[in-house]
Design a protein. Sequence first.
Length: 305
Amino acid sequence: MAQLRAAADEQLQREAVRGEDEAAAAAAYGDESSSNKKARAGLCGVLRERKVVDLARAKRRLVEVPYTATLAHTANALLAARVSAVAVAAPPGHWIGAGGSMILESDPATGAVRKHYIGVVNMLDILAHIAEASDEAEAEAEAAVDLDLRMAVPVSSVIGHSLEGLTLWTLHPSTSVLDCMETFSKGVHRALVPLESSADNVVAVELVEAAPGYRMVTQMDVARFLRARGAELAGVLSRTVRDLGAVNDAVFAVPAGATVIDAIKAMRAASLTAVPVKNPPRPPPPLTTTNGASGTSRRRGRRRW
């Protein structure tokens, strides 16, 4: 009986210890969950308080080209300014902007409209235009694409060749950084932001605007904003990419042996501005067996019993 009682007491003691461990684990999980909630709440608070115009004021003057500029001139402007996209400006009253937009620049003194931004062109639009020439050359059995001829067309003719370029994305200056991030999370890489706005009660994307000046805010600007506030956002920025659910298991890549034009076509079809280049896997070394007669040796493992 004493042995049975001792065994029972030992079992109760183990269960008590297990219960304490589970309670401690639950408390730790609760603290961690509470900490994550506080971190998210703090992050959202910071991102709601700061406005996208705060990011825009730190940017330099908008890089733009006239609607009559050739693609060659536009490509040179991209390289000279070290930017990935330029705004296309036209005289007011003659165009409908991309996506039906009406984004106008007015004179700061008189308020008279000076120009109309009809779209934004990036390098993918230019590459897609060249890829279309390759398709036409293949259909007509031509030997090669006349690149000089393709680059001589006006830039206004390639607006909207990429999916993002179908709309001229413009954000109201009072848009919060959080709402800006939501817009950018849908595949938008950049947006125009007026430094001053005559529109009231507008949140996020605008289609009609008249302002004396604009700036281009990009995804990279948002990333720099987050990095500069690392101390405030440490609860979120210290987490891993996988914890945030930002890992994309399906990665689109092109083989290293693909031609440039085929890579451009693939990027255009997938609406991607960049793709990784993948080397083919190395084949394993061949297994060879030799014998002593041919002047080589063959190793055999010693069998153990």
